[in-house]
Each structure stands twice: as structure tokens, then as C-alpha cells.
Design a protein around this ligand. Structure first.
Ligand code: HEM
Length: 402
């Protein structure tokens, strides 16, 4: 028998004034009522909102729930007017199921292992130090996003993939445009197409002159140029935006929690734990969605084949049934297992890279600027809109004593 049904009327998106790090209040309240709620979509389609940790995790591990783009016509906040969504282009495996997904993910797994990423530590330290030097020289104030959070992950993923960073004028702003949700649909499409065009040219150039990088390594496989273009686009966009927002929003959160910041500054050994806790607490990849391929029983409800399920990673990571005092940022927290990198077959491929970057960058920043502080009142920090796939700040004005 089905459990009593809890419903929300729309997808809660607005964060409470003064609480930039917490999920929207209505989303937390929905989880308090029930870990699964009915959710109507703008097009009239009745879907589901899953907010509890156990249920989110179980959907992510269940192959009866699909990530296929062409099944994702129902969006929680945008009314697509029922137009047909095409399948993900070759290589963009985030939005594919097996066996297509593995065709692309498998050749990459060995290139993003813990060991491989640890070998990059020295380079990450060097790039971080260069940016801190530049910040110090230009200081005593800076926008932490442009001076620090954006360039460091961008340079590292470009070097790893073999994308010349000096070409960034041709892809960085465009990737921003199609990820940040602030420009028109036409402009997003144009930005996406321009990035594809750039990467098509890059793949052709690598074919002619292979270099020592992930993209060139993949030329020896049976992957077509079209597929390599799609894989590069996914890696580049995933590698840019996510870590950038974690570094900027994470610094903001530390500055608003001075005791935690002092603990991290005093004990560099805390960096590994601090990164996991900031990931849990902030959940910048706040939600993803899946579509049921068949009728599935979940949390006492029947999810009918073809219905859309929104998975709130942000509330799952704040679930009191899983985490003690979930709304407290506690860098020494013992209960791990957050879902901020996802779970199951689509679990973040770049998580070890992101970890290395954050473990180096946060302590280096705090140690270089012992008096780092916000240069504007906290409520004037510009937040990214909830329409952006990845949450964070648009800019973070900071200052320090010289
Ligand atoms: C702090 C930074 C990051 C966060 C929060 C993050 C978050 C996530 C999440 C939640 C997913 C799963 C999506 C789903 O469930 O459908 C994912 C997938 C993915 N991420 Fe990350 N990510 C980060 C950094 C990176 C980096 C640096 C790369 C660069 C290589 C990357 C590449 C990918 C790829 C390729 C996938 C798709 C995996 C698949 O479908 O098999 N991510 N990421």
C-alpha cells in the first residue's frame, strides 16, 4: 500500500535572505514532511521531488532510472513547451545510460585515478602560488572569483586535456554562458555551438599533431572525432565551473565561520576533511534529474514509467537522519558519505582532481592572507541565480591588511 502522499506546488528555488549556504527553506521543509514529494512541472507533467539522503542514493544506484537527455523534456523551472529534446551528442556521456555511457567513461577512468591526480599536486601548488603572488601584488583587495577561483581549475583541466589555455577567449566565456542560466536560450545555444566548433578544430589539430595529454592519448582508441569533441566538451565544462564555485563559495563560507577558518589555518592536516565537509555543506551541484524507465516502488510510492524525478543533492546532504547537526559547518565532522559528487555510474569522474585542487588552494589562500576578509557586507555578495546548474557566487570581493 502507498504511503500518504506529500506534495509541493512548485520547485522551491529561492534561498532565504542571509542564508546563502542553506538550501531553500521550502526544500528543507519538504524533506521534513517526507523524503519524497509529488511535484507538478510547468508543462503540467506530474513528477517527483526526492529530498531524503537514502532515497536519493538509492535512485542514483538504480538502473531503472535513466539519465538520457532525450527523456528529460520536463524541467523543474523552465517550460520547454513540449518540444522534442534530442539525445545527447556523441561523447557527452553524463546524459546517457549503459552501454553508451561506458563506451566513453571507461577509457577516461584510468586517467583520473587518485594516484594520477596526486601526481598533479605539485603543478596545482605552482599555479596556485602564481595566482596568489599576482593577487598580493595587485592588492590589498581582489575579486576572488576572477583572481583565484576561476583561473586555477581552468588552467589545470586545460593542461590535462591538452586544450591551450591561451585559446580561452574562444571557449571560457561561452562555457560560462551556457552553464550560468542568465542569457537567452538563443545565446546559450550560440555559445554551445561556438564551443563545439572550437573543440572540433582542436581535435582535428591533435590528429595532425598529437601532444602529451588526455585528448591525444584518446586518439589511439576507436573513438571518432565527433565523439572526442563531445567528451572534451563535457570534461572542460564540468572541470571549469564546479571547482571554481566550490573555491569561491567555500571561501565565503569559511569567512562567515571564523572558528572553522581558524581551525583550518592552524592545522593543514585538516584540509582533507575540510574539503569533504565544505562539499557536503555547500552542495554546489545542487540537483540532477532522472526518468523512470519502468514502474518503480520508491519510499512507499509508485513512480510510473516515464515520470521525471528531481534529486536534491543539497537536501540529501543536510538530512538529519544521515548527518548529525546537518546545518552546521564542522570541518572535523566524522560522518562522511556525502552525495556532493553524486553516486552510482555517473559519480563524478573528476572528483579526485577537484579534491587535489581544493586541498591545495584553500590552505594556500588562508596562509598567504592571514587577515583575509570580505570587502563588502555579506548580504551584498552577488549569488548565482538558481537557474544556473551549479550554485555559487558571481564575484567575491575580498581585502586584507598589508
Ligand atoms: C567540486 C567540483 C565538482 C563537483 C561538485 C562535481 C559534481 C558532480 C556530480 C554531482 C556529478 C554526477 C551527476 C549526476 O548524478 O548525474 C558529476 C559528474 C561528472 N563530473 Fe564532476 N564535479 C566536480 C568536478 C569535476 C571536475 C574537475 C571534472 C573534470 C574532469 C568533472 C567531471 C565530471 C564528469 C565527466 C561527470 C560525468 C560522469 C558520468 O556521467 O559518468 N567534475 N560531477
Amino acid at each position: 500500500m502507498n504511503e500518504p502522499l506529500h506534495s509541493v506546488t512548485t520547485m522551491p528555488t529561492a534561498r532565504q535572505p542571509g542564508c546563502p549556504f542553506d538550501p531553500p527553506k521550502e526544500l528543507i521543509q519538504a524533506r521534513e514532511q517526507s523524503p519524497i514529494s509529488r511535484l507538478p512541472f510547468p508543462d503540467g507533467h506530474q513528477g517527483w521531488l526526492v529530498t531524503g539522503y537514502d532515497l536519493v542514493r538509492s535512485v542514483l544506484a538504480d538502473s531503472r532510472f535513466s539519465s538520457r537527455k532525450e527523456l528529460m523534456s520536463h524541467h523543474p523551472t523552465i517550460d520547454y513547451g513540449g518540444f522534442e529534446v534530442p539525445p545527447a551528442p556523441p561523447g557527452e556521456f553524463l546524459l546517457m545510460d549503459e552501454p553508451q555511457h561506458s563506451r566513453y567513461r571507461k577509457p577516461l577512468v584510468g586517467k583520473f585515478t587518485v594516484r594520477r591526480m596526486r601526481l598533479l599536486t605539485e603543478r596545482v601548488e605552482q599555479v596556485t602560488a602564481e595566482h596568489l603572488d599576482a593577487m598580493e601584488k595587485a592588492g590589498p583587495s581582489a575579486d576572488l572569483v576572477t583572481a583565484f577561483a576561476k583561473p586555477i581549475p581552468a588552467i589545470i583541466i586545460c593542461e590535462l586535456l591538452g586544450v591551450p589555455y591561451e585559446d580561452r577567449g574562444r571557449f571560457q566565456d561561452n562555457i560560462d554562458k551556457f552553464l550560468n542560466g542568465e542569457v537567452s536560450d538563443e545565446d546559450q545555444f550560440a555559445a554551445y555551438t561556438a564551443t563545439q566548433q572550437y573543440l572540433a578544430e582542436l581535435v582535428a589539430a591533435k590528429r595532425a599533431n598529437p601532444t602529451d595529454d588526455v585528448l591525444s592519448d584518446l586518439l589511439d582508441s576507436d573513438l571518432t572525432d565527433e565523439e572526442l569533441k563531445g567528451m572534451s566538451l563535457l570534461l572542460l565544462s564540468a572541470g571549469f565551473d564546479t571547482t571554481t564555485n566550490m573555491l569561491a563559495l567555500g571561501t565565503f563560507a569559511l569567512l562567515r565561520n571564523p572558528a572553522q577558518l581558524a581551525a583550518l589555518r592552524a592545522d593543514p592536516m585538516l584540509a582533507d576533511k575540510a574539503v569533504e565537509e565544505l562539499m557536503r555543506y555547500l552542495s554546489v551541484a545542487k540537483q540532477f534529474q532522472r526518468v523512470a524507465l519502468e514502474d518503480v516502488e520508491l519510499g512507499g510510492q509508485t513512480i510510473k514509467a516515464g515520470t521525471t524525478v528531481i534529486l536534491s543533492y543539497a537536501t540529501a546532504n543536510r538530512d538529519p537522519e544521515r548527518f548529525t547537526d546537518p546545518h552546521v559547518l564542522d570541518l572535523r565532522r566524522q560522518d562522511g558519505g556525502h552525495l556532493a559528487f553524486g553516486h552510482g555510474i555517473h559519480q563524478c569522474l573528476g572528483q579526485q582532481l577537484a579534491r587535489v585542487e581544493m586541498r591545495v588552494a584553500f590552505p594556500a589562500l588562508l596562509n598567504r592572507f592571514p587577515t583575509l576578509r570580505l570587502a563588502v557586507p555579506a548580504d551584498e555578495v552577488a549569488l548565482r541565480p538558481e537557474t544556473a546548474d551549479i550554485y555559487g557566487v558571481k564575484s567575491l570581493p575580498v581585502t586584507w591588511d598589508t
